[in-house]
Design a protein around this ligand. Structure first.
Ligand SMILES: Cc1cc2nc3c(=O)[nH]c(=O)nc-3n(C[C@H](O)[C@H](O)[C@H](O)COP(=O)(O)OP(=O)(O)OC[C@H]3O[C@@H](n4cnc5c(N)ncnc54)[C@H](O)[C@@H]3O)c2cc1C
Length: 457
């Protein structure tokens, strides 16, 4: 609970209109893309870095928890007030401050929506590569704090690979700058990268500088259907191993294809057990050759059908199944748990087999959607949170899934983060000493543990 006098102090910083505490406001910010709900004490919507700094000074003095929040689309529960406190939302800080084609970079406020940035920089024939499937709503601040990836990650990497510099307000209210517009800098510890993926636990980012790349002039989009899931998974590893670097290499299994078809998304051959969506980009001449090579490759490895788009409209329609997938799966049962197990690409077919085995063993409906080209799987568990017995079976299946993932040299999260969804698995991936180092880092930044204290540490 926040005392009336402290609430008044916050109101005087941001103005009455931007301190929200009606029951409707609290309920609206009580959940994110993950499942559990926690009621915050208030929501503050600051309009400047200086306001954020003043808010944090008061919160630090009063030891009030602060939870930064972009669009709330994270699927790991890292923007909810698990231990109570105030949510700070960034939708007023949504300006693209600079686009510098000469430096191939842009400076933005944290509340800029990813797709808005993509659209803006495209006018300069530039591209910001990280493209989470949530790009039409998720913010650059949220993307950086979770080190978001996306379908283009196979070729272009993740948010971290484009992050150049930050302005950060520390829990004490002090402001620090890290990095800048230079492409190379080896000065001191890399605080910019430390902030990336820190899930709102170390500081609040108020300005973000990211690198841009030239917008590729051409692309080829292909869809290949396989009657054997294993053949599809092995084709992924084979394409990656052949030296072709696709922009996108997505896999959808039969369970998800059925759901998409029932949702009215598209029709697929009855024999199809898996779909691969593959895209390459670059100069028109090289893209054409790579497209042909991939088509041949898929056919040689058992594809029963390969379609290559010859117009942008055809490419768009090949993307339709992938775009519909999340919405379609979410419509099947009251809830859908989206997992994020990630393994070395070579182990892809093994981990997919394991997921099929777990679905069978624990009588669960699990579909597989994967950014397969970088080994990042999203097992989609269709469920009902109210069914306690089923939830217990899901817990057991997840215990097994993450034990196997780590044993294969994989990681708990390829892009969605740990949050409250996976904190219980941290000791599978990290030794106690490694976790202690993380706790120590947190303490240096945030000695009073006010920033997102319920999250992964
Ligand atoms: C349909 C769907 C598809 C998705 N697809 C992808 C995908 O392809 N790839 C992917 O990586 N993720 C994906 N996600 C997950 C999610 O969209 C991303 O993690 C995204 O980066 C979250 O951005 P957000 O603005 O919603 O941030 P939020 O969910 O609001 O917050 C995320 C984290 O960032 C912190 N944070 C936010 N702003 C700041 C700030 N200014 N300073 C400090 N910390 C801050 C929060 O405290 C929290 O820990 C998907 C989610 C959905 C619902």
């Amino acid at each position: 609970m926040i005392s009336t006098s402290v609430a008044d102090e916050f109101r005087s910083i941001v103005g009455d209109a931007w301190f929200l505490d009606t029951p409707e406001d609290l309920a609206t910010y009580s959940y994110d893309g993950f499942l559990p709900e926690f009621m915050p004490d208030a929501i503050i919507v600051p309009g400047s870095r200086d306001e954020i700094s003043s808010i944090l000074r008061v919160a630090n003095r009063e030891k009030i928890n602060i939870i930064p929040r972009g669009a709330g689309t994270n699927i790991c529960g890292s923007s909810v007030a698990r231990k109570g406190g105030i949510i700070i939302a960034f939708h007023r800080l949504n300006k693209i401050l600079e686009i510098e084609p000469e430096n191939m970079c842009t400076v933005v406020q944290p509340g800029v929506v990813n797709a808005d940035l993509q659209k803006e920089v495209a006018q300069y024939s530039l591209m910001y590569p990280p493209d989470p499937a949530s790009l039409f709503v998720s913010t650059i601040g949220g993307n950086v704090a979770l080190n978001a990836g996306g379908p283009r990650g196979v070729k272009y990497g993740v948010t971290r690979d484009y992050l150049l510099g930050l302005e950060v307000v520390l829990p004490s209210g002090e402001v620090i700058k890290t990095g800048g517009k230079v492409l190379k800098s080896v000065s001191g510890y890399d605080l910019t990268r430390l902030m990336c993926g820190s899930e709102g636990t170390l500081g609040i980012m108020t300005e973000i500088t990211v690198r841009l790349v030239p917008l590729p002039p051409a692309k080829a989009t292909l869809q290949a259907m396989f009657s054997d899931l294993d053949d599809a998974a092995k084709t992924v590893s084979a394409i990656i191993g052949s030296g072709i670097v696709p922009t996108t290499l997505e896999l959808i299994d039969r369970v998800v294809l059925d759901v998409i078809a029932n949702f009215g998304g598209a029709k697929f051959s009855k024999e199809a057990e898996a779909l691969l969506l593959i895209e390459v980009d670059g100069e028109a001449s090289s893209v054409e050759g790579q497209g042909e090579k991939i088509e041949r490759f898929c056919k040689e490895r058992g594809a029963i059908e390969v379609e290559r788009a010859s117009t942008p409209e055809e490419a768009d329609s090949l993307w339709q199944a992938r775009r519909t997938a999340f919405g379609a799966v979410a419509s099947v049962r009251p809830n859908c748990i989206v997992e994020d197990a990630t393994v070395p690409v070579k182990r892809l077919s093994e981990i997919i087999r394991k997921i099929v085995e777990l679905a069978d063993k624990y009588h669960l409906r699990i579909g597989v959607l994967a950014h397969a080209g970088d080994g990042n799987l999203h097992p989609l568990i269709m469920t009902d949170l109210k069914d306690k017995e089923e939830m217990a079976r899901i817990d057991k299946a997840l215990d097994e899934l993450y034990e196997v993932t780590i044993a294969m040299g994989g990681t708990l999260s390829g892009e969605h983060g740990i949050g409250i969804a996976k904190d219980r698995f941290m000791s599978l991936e990290f030794s106690e000493s490694a976790i202690d180092i993380m706790r120590g880092i947190k303490k240096v930044f945030d000695p009073n543990n006010i920033l997102n204290p319920g999250s992964f540490l």
